[in-house]
Design a protein around this ligand. Structure first.
Ligand code: IPE
Ligand code: IPE
Ligand code: MG
Length: 243
């Protein structure tokens, strides 16, 4: 495996509200502008032959926002799916949604299912949108799915790492590089399991300002990392050390 090759990029798209505040605009403008950044970055990832892009669009904690902002975001998701489905499909992008989708309106769930169905056989970029997603939810959900799959009367039951991994919303495909825009240095409950060995890149750039050159900057930073996965590289052996 080539440790420098990026297969999977994940992004915490943060800073929409502040982008709008800086311009004395309502936060809605920042969210709308953020959709333009998504389009640019999806296209750039396709061109750069990244295999997976996972975007954090709405966290399980974002329900704590005022109702009008939640409603606005839901409408934006729905409109963006309607507007961009055909283009994503014609660019061979396979779209998936991860998270607890059951909390959304039927209308949005239907749109999501239509887009997933339309693009399911595409072989280009795999584009995951995390909505109503929480890393803790993902792990608990996997445990519950595992428990439902077994005979709970087994006395000496022991859980293996694979038992849980196979029920996570993303499996066998974990991010190499996580980008968080907006200046905060935290995961905000985003893919706690899947980011265990991801390289973490933080930038002050607000999401609506994030463009292809910012993406390339992050990729360049990634190329300079030395990924060791707990091992030791370039061990210099001497007869003394080997004693
Ligand atoms: C990220 O931008 C978008 C969502 C969480 C939906 P924010 O809305 O968090 O923007 P800031 O952090 O308030 O600037
Ligand atoms: C993280 O951003 C969630 C998304 C980008 C969807 P938040 O703005 O919600 O995170 P906190 O509240 O600053 O941790
Ligand atoms: Mg924020």
């Amino acid at each position: 495996m080539d440790a420098k090759k990026i297969r999977h990029i994940s992004i915490i798209m943060d800073g929409n509200g502040r982008w709008a505040n800086d311009r004395n605009l309502p936060r809605a403008f920042g969210h709308k502008e953020g959709i333009k950044s998504i389009k640019k970055i999806v296209e750039a990832c396709t061109v750069r032959q990244i295999s997976t892009l996972t975007l954090f669009a709405f966290s399980s904690e974002n329900w704590n926002r005022p109702n009008y902002e939640i409603k606005l975001l839901m409408n934006l998701f729905e409109d963006s799916i309607t507007t961009n489905s055909e283009e994503l499909h014609s660019n061979n992008v396979k779209v998936k949604f991860i998270g607890n989708l059951s909390k959304f309106d039927k209308q949005l769930i239907d749109k999501i299912s239509e887009l997933e169905l339309l693009t399911k056989d595409n072989t280009g970029l795999l584009l995951n949108f995390a909505i109503n997603y929480g890393g803790k939810w993902d792990i608990i959900n996997a445990f519950n799915k595992y428990i439902s799959s077994i005979d709970a009367s087994e006395k000496d039951m022991k859980i293996d790492i694979n038992d849980i991994e196979k029920y996570l919303s993303l499996k066998d495909n974990y991010p190499d590089l996580l980008i968080r825009t907006g200046g905060e240095h935290r995961l905000s409950n985003f893919m706690l399991w899947q980011h265990a060995y991801t390289e973490l890149y933080f930038t002050d750039c607000l999401w609506p300002d994030f463009d292809v050159s910012e993406l390339d900057e992050a990729i360049k930073w990634f190329q300079e990392r030395d990924r060791k996965f707990g091992a030791i590289k370039n061990i210099k052996t001497s007869s003394k050390n080997n004693a």
